[in-house]
Design a protein around this ligand. Structure first.
Ligand code: PGA
Ligand code: ZN
Length: 423
């Protein structure tokens, strides 16, 4: 069963329910990005301008009900790999554009929820038996918390998309969350003090002030960290999602916040290196554009030994693209977004590849999210060690943070936490 529901931007998205013979059922809702990578699996949108500005997903919903569901009826929900392979084969397109990655992912995750329910297990425990995973992999992740939003998520004048907090001094997930809230509230006060009053939040709950430049965001966050009583670099550090594909045009990085400067790849690398020298920035995502492999080589040579370099638009949770990155020694970490690839099995495959190659995996939400909290369970079950959901505001973000609190409680005394390892 599938239906059209809404995401956190009020755009339609796919919800799937899977009902098993025992009466157990599972439900999943599909997220959606705004700063999507060119090489992501394709979500199917109706394109009918008279309904939801063309963003309806009634065709994807129909595809679940008429093409996919009849093929699944009678199969064991627990056979995730078989189901996911069947979904990929049924679609037939490498980018899953025929039935829609949104249709496929809803079914794939819905089946996982149903299988967990059949077995009477919390989702994170059930996922720990899927693919290469074992229950011993379960680990509470360190959250990477969005504090200031720019780019395509908050419009206005900041080029870089996310300025995030890494609460590296935390000894548990719940402590990391509390530290993040303390810094988030302190940042609100800091912004007002600097004359940025009545600042609204962006798509992921981070503040969206009209700052004087990209670097000011970093300076304000450092001030907020101190204001909250923490020591920058020791208790709390910074992470960036540059999301640079979106200002990369004709081989240059166009920074409108710096008076329309267009940087070469070399200049972009120097800029990021200077930031990493001057500030406690421990993680940089999409510092270079999605197809600027040459630039990525340079960035990795410059910073790969001391900074976590995450490929998001670069790898798009795609085993083939990650394989190329690993072979060429590009980046050292991968962002993992279930809807970039479209099935749970392929997502787990990316996590496995990353682990074997010594790359870190960061489980991530999209800018368009819902109350669905599957990725919280996924982050724990994979033992990925880090999760990126957005800020500590907006219900679709808290659905995941709160689910992680529940899981931490379920793990009880055996809860192990992925403290920051350094790079
Ligand atoms: P998106 O942003 O969901 O809009 O792609 C998230 C990210 O870039 O990490
Ligand atoms: Zn990103």
């Amino acid at each position: 069963m599938a239906r059209q529901v809404l995401d956190s931007r009020g755009n339609p998205t796919v919800e799937v329910e899977v009902l098993c013979q025992s009466g157990a059922s599972g439900r999943a809702i599909v997220p959606s990005g705004a700063s999507t990578g060119r090489h992501e699996a394709r979500e199917l949108r109706d394109g009918d301008p008279s309904r939801y500005r063309g963003k309806g997903v009634r065709q994807a919903v129909a595809n679940v009900m008429t093409e996919i569901a009849p093929r699944l009826v009678g199969l064991p929900a627990i056979d995730q790999q078989h189901i996911d392979k069947l979904l990929c084969d049924l679609d037939g397109a490498p980018d899953k554009s025929r039935l829609g990655a949104n249709a496929l992912l809803g079914v794939s995750l819905g089946c996982a929820h149903a299988a967990a329910a059949v077995q009477g297990l919390p989702l994170w425990r059930y996922l720990g038996t899927c693919g290469h995973l074992s229950p011993a992999d379960a680990l509470m992740p360190l959250p990477m918390i969005n504090l200031i939003s720019g780019g395509l998520h908050a419009g206005e004048n900041l080029d870089f998309q996310d300025y995030l907090l890494l609460p590296i001094g935390a000894r548990s997930y719940s402590e990391a969350l509390e530290m993040s809230v303390n810094v988030y509230r302190a940042l609100s006060t800091t912004l007002t003090k600097h004359g940025f009053e009545g600042v609204l939040v962006g798509d992921e709950g981070g503040f969206g002030p009209r700052l004087h430049g990209n670097e000011q965001a970093v300076q304000l966050i450092l001030e907020a960290i101190k204001q909250a009583g923490y020591e920058p670099g020791k208790d709390a550090a910074l992470a960036l999602d540059v999301a640079s594909s979106h200002f990369y045009v004709s081989g240059r990085y166009h920074l409108k916040a710096t008076a329309g400067v267009a940087l070469s790849a070399n200049d972009m690398v120097s800029t990021l290196r200077r930031w990493a020298d001057d500030y406690p920035i421990l993680s940089i995502e999409d510092g270079m554009a999605e197809d600027d492999w040459d630039g990525w080589h340079k960035l990795t040579a410059a910073l790969g030994r001391r900074v976590q370099l995450i490929g998001d638009d670069l790898f798009v949770t795609n085993p083939q693209r990650l394989q190329r990155g690993i072979q060429e020694g590009v980046a050292n970490s991968v962002l993992v977004k279930v809807n970039q690839i479209g099935t749970l099995t392929e997502t787990l495959e990316v996590v496995r590849m990353a682990r074997e190659a010594g790359y870190r995996a960061v489980i991530s939400a999209r800018s368009g999210e819902t109350e669905d909290s599957t990725i919280a369970d996924l982050a724990v079950a994979t033992g990925a060690g880090q999760i990126k959901i957005g800020s500590v505001a907006r219900g679709e973000r808290l659905a995941k943070y709160n689910q992680l609190l529940r899981i931490e409680e379920q793990m009880g005394a055996s809860a192990t936490f992925a403290a920051w390892q350094g790079k």
